[in-house]
Design a protein around this ligand. Structure first.
Ligand SMILES: [Zn+2]
Ligand SMILES: [Zn+2]
Length: 125
């Protein structure tokens, strides 16, 4: 297994590399994630300093709350990441990971905000 994972958007205009040791997969069921992802947000988390943004010309930023901003691909619309600015972390959308990740969902966040149309995903023990 490589010690890094690559992540690309649907059109390929956004590409980044993150450490395979990134925390995750975490599933966030908060209302912000629901509105922006269309469902829960499955992501891997790592310090910004450990992530390399290789292709970012199409990245569009959106200030989603006072302390967080999110980035999507302006060409294909893929939700790329959420930045938790105070802790200098990026939460990379799990669906952008290329190839096997070796990861499982390890935790559900904001379960109480989950909509009524799905059951919480199973968490790996
Ligand atoms: Zn794209
Ligand atoms: Zn969320």
């Amino acid at each position: 297994m490589s010690d890094s994972l690559s992540a690309t958007c649907h059109c390929g205009a956004v590409r980044l590399v993150l450490p395979a040791a990134a925390a995750g997969v975490l599933a966030c069921h908060c209302t912000d994630c629901q509105k922006m992802h269309g469902n829960f947000n499955a992501f891997l988390a790592a310090p910004i300093a450990e992530i390399t943004l290789q292709e970012a010309d199409a990245l569009v930023w959106y200030q989603s709350s006072a302390e967080n901003r999110r980035a999507f691909c302006g060409t294909c619309g893929a939700r790329v990441l959420k930045e938790v600015t105070p802790s200098a972390r990026w939460l990379i959308s799990a669906g952008l990971i290329d190839g096997p990740s070796g990861k499982r969902i390890i935790r559900n966040l904001w379960s109480e905000s989950k909509p009524d149309w799905y059951d919480l995903p199973e968490v790996a023990s």
